[in-house]
Design a protein around this ligand. Structure first.
Ligand SMILES: Nc1ncnc2c1ncn2[C@@H]1O[C@H](COP(=O)(O)OP(=O)(O)OP(=O)(O)O)[C@@H](O)[C@H]1O
Length: 505
């Protein structure tokens, strides 16, 4: 038997109205890559936040090796040998890799020594990274490497990773797994949260499955199909996606000669973007993050206006119109950043419907808010998109990440747009709910809407889109039919610009 590095014994945590973790017991062995699986809101983040000292358990005990473990804060967790890589990076763009790493250390060594240690670790684990580069010049994959190397410098006994591959190209993800294997071979225990079941089957040794805050199963994921794992998570069968019944109709959206300067030093300029979208059609746009995705969405939604004649809906020029007239005309958009951009964290879900659905759903008339209507619309979205929350009065920030994402997408889909543009529609959404969100987009297209899906999830793009383009440094490639396209060929196409940079010492 391999020794356990970490063990939880009947851990519990409640939030108002929710038992987020209930009698959770499980163990992670030395050298094991252990997956934590569960639907959105099942309690995975709450559990790892307790292990990392960000949240205190209400009851139960934790052990690191043979010693009782009760971190009071992340610093205490790090000192005990627990490290965590978050979904959202906390790096300063203007600083270099080494400067960022030094900021996170209790007692950073002199700059030269630190740079040498970074280069050494990056070499040992096959993670190319130059300590002198500024964060702003790095791809998402490289930024994640900074966070990982920051953790590796601590020599952790337990490394926690929260959805680490959601922003990576397939090639970057492979590199990450090779690193995790090396780390595990040295005896480190790894706790891995992901909604990508194929990835878990390929790379994890063990899985603990949470449902409604409780451990419902534990298995060797290699011995089960993705379908079986999903069924364990939801406690039932998953529905297969239905792509039938769609026909390309008239041209709805035409974008031509769309060029925009970069909105900031970190932003990307759009260069002569052109596309045509027909009724009933789904156009997939792939690309490594930071290649103009947010800028394209902003130009289509109207948050950023463009030169006359560049964005046309049903032949009508909307280029110089803001978001509200575009929404009224039927052009809706759901940005990637759900908390802050797509939703106001402190507003209730009902209030959050007003941000985009006020006009189309008649929730704001003559400057007056129809509070009952907003509540009813939020309730409808919660019901139809299976958003797990106590109700429309809950603040957006109290929802688990995946549940807020379902709410944001539902709020747009249920307005029956003519054209819907979505960026990363199922980011952080569990396998069952992701299938439901994708089905809702297909159903919308079946009713005659045109949909643009911007995503870094290539499986998703292949599953949904009729045509595929790549966005690379602000340029959009010519569309290709998705029939016959393979993941590998698309991955290489996208990774070309930023994905696989060599370390430049
Ligand atoms: N700070 C909080 N205040 C109130 N409720 C919370 C808070 N944090 C989490 N919850 C609730 O606890 C439950 C578990 O949430 P948690 O974020 O742990 O789920 P998760 O499995 O990580 O979900 P996801 O896959 O969507 O990230 C959810 O019902 C969530 O709404």
């Amino acid at each position: 038997m391999t020794a356990n590095v970490f063990r939880a014994e009947r851990i519990g945590k409640s939030y108002p109205g929710v038992r987020a973790n209930d009698e959770v017991s499980f163990a992670v062995a030395a050298g094991e890559i252990h997956a934590l699986l569960g639907e959105n809101g099942a309690g995975k983040s709450t559990l790892v936040k307790m292990i990392y000292g960000l949240v205190r358990p209400d009851d139960g005990r934790m052990w690191l090796g043979d010693a009782l473990y009760a971190p009071t804060d992340p610093r205490a967790a790090r000192q005990s040998g627990v490290a965590m890589v978050f979904q959202h990076f906390s790096l300063f763009d203007a600083l270099t890799v080494a400067e960022n790493i030094a900021l996170g250390m209790e007692n950073p060594p002199p700059r030269r020594e630190l740079a040498a240690r970074i280069t050494q670790v990056s070499h040992d684990f096959g993670l190319p990274l130059n300590p002198g580069r500024r964060i702003v010049t790095l791809s998402a994959g490289e930024r994640q490497r900074v966070e990982i190397i920051r953790c590796l410098l601590q020599n952790p006994r337990l490394l926690i990773m929260d959805e680490p591959t959601s922003v990576l190209t397939p090639q970057e993800a492979e590199l990450l797994f090779a690193t995790l294997r090396k780390l595990a071979a040295k005896g480190t225990a790894i706790l891995y949260i992901s909604h990508k079941l194929e990835e878990i089957r390929a790379h994890c040794d063990r899985a603990t499955i949470l449902r409604h805050g409780r451990v419902v199963d534990s298995c060797d994921p290699r011995a089960h199909s993705a379908r079986e794992l999903a069924a364990m998570m939801v406690g039932g069968e998953m529905r297969a996606i239905d792509r039938s019944g769609r026909q390309a109709g008239e041209v709805l959206l035409k974008v031509q000669g769309l060029s925009q300067p970069a909105p900031s030093a970190e932003g990307t300029a759009l260069k002569e973007v052109a596309l045509t979208l027909r009724a009933g059609e789904i156009l997939g746009i792939g690309g490594v993050a930071g290649n103009g995705q947010e800028e394209l969405l902003a130009a289509l939604s109207g948050e950023v206006r463009s030169t006359p004649g560049t964005v046309l809906l049903d032949g009508r020029d909307l280029s110089t119109e803001g978001p509200e007239p575009r929404r009224i005309a039927g052009l809706l958009a759901a940005p990637e950043d759900r908390l802050g951009h797509a939703a106001v964290p402190d507003f209730s879900l009902a209030e959050n419907t007003l941000l985009t659905a006020g006009a189309r759903k008649g929730l704001v008339r003559g400057g007056l808010i129809d509070h009952g209507g907003a509540r009813a619309y939020a309730e409808a979205v919660i019901r139809d998109f299976d958003v797990r929350t106590p109700g429309p009065g809950a603040a957006a920030r109290a929802l688990s990440g995946g549940n807020l994402q379902k709410f944001v997408i539902g709020r747009e889909v249920m307005q029956d747009p003519r054209v819907l543009v979505v960026n990363q529609p199922t980011w952080g959404v569990d396998a069952g709910a992701a299938a439901a969100v994708r089905q809702s987009l297909l159903d919308l297209a079946r009713k005659g809407a045109g949909i643009i899906v911007i995503s870094q999830d290539l499986d998703e793009l292949l599953e949904l889109s009729d045509r595929f383009c790549a966005l690379n440094e602000g340029r959009l490639s010519n569309p290709l039919s998705t029939k016959g396209l393979t993941l590998d060929s698309i991955g290489l196409m996208l990774g070309g610009a930023h994905g696989m940079e060599e370390a430049r010492a």
